[in-house]
Design a binder for this molecule. Structure first.
Ligand code: HEC
Ligand code: HEC
Length: 132
């Protein structure tokens, strides 16, 4: 009877050790920082809500591309009424996000995706906020 406390402690310790890898992975996942992207300094709002952009920026870009290439129309009116030129490099990069390595690449490298867009499209021309 006197040993019961000891037995329970030993059992708890044993369970803790055995399940350690699972806990460790879980906490690493929860506290994992994710990609550190450089955010625009001269704009407070994106062309669409951030939540939408996080999951669907590729759809918006493809939409832009098809509208421009098929209809020649370049004007995009955002939900707030602001107008943008539907253009990958001049608008997304040069007007807001700067060099792609600081924004697009940091996240794409993290997520292991490599869109083929840059085979043809240029990076932001200026060294626009590309300092590290
Ligand atoms: C094979 C070369 C090539 C590839 C790869 C490519 N594009 Fe393009 N893209 C073009 C050309 C050419 C135009 C027409 C340029 C114009 O009329 O201003 C264009 C136009 C666009 C436009 C509208 C015009 C502008 O200035 O941006 C967008 C947006 C666009 N592409 C997005 C993308 C995205 C996103 C990807 C990757 C998924 C991509 N493109 C991949 C060649 C390419
Ligand atoms: C915060 C993370 C993040 C940032 C920043 C980001 N992307 Fe992405 N992007 C992703 C993820 C994740 C995917 C893959 C989604 C999937 O496959 O379902 C993706 C996919 C894409 C695709 C489709 C690729 C394909 O082959 O289907 C394009 C195009 C794209 N991103 C363009 C851009 C551009 C241009 C920028 C910078 C202006 C950018 N992304 C910034 C996370 C990001």
């Amino acid at each position: 009877m006197r040993d019961r406390g000891l037995i329970y402690s030993a059992l708890a310790l044993f369970l803790g050790l055995v399940t350690f890898p699972a806990w460790h992975n879980l906490s690493a996942h929860v506290t994992g920082k994710g990609p550190e992207v450089r955010l625009p300094v001269n704009a407070k709002q994106c062309v669409a809500p951030v939540e939408y952009m996080r999951t669907s920026h590729m759809n918006l870009l493809i939409d832009w591309r098809e509208t421009v290439v098929r209809t020649g129309r370049r004007d995009f009116t955002a939900a707030g009424g602001k107008h943008y030129n539907m253009s990958l490099t001049p608008t997304c990069l040069e007007q807001c996000h700067g060099a792609r390595k600081d924004f697009c690449d940091r996240c794409h490298d993290y997520a292991a995706v490599s869109p083929p867009c840059w085979n043809c499209h240029q990076d932001a021309k200026a060294v626009l906020r590309s300092a590290k």
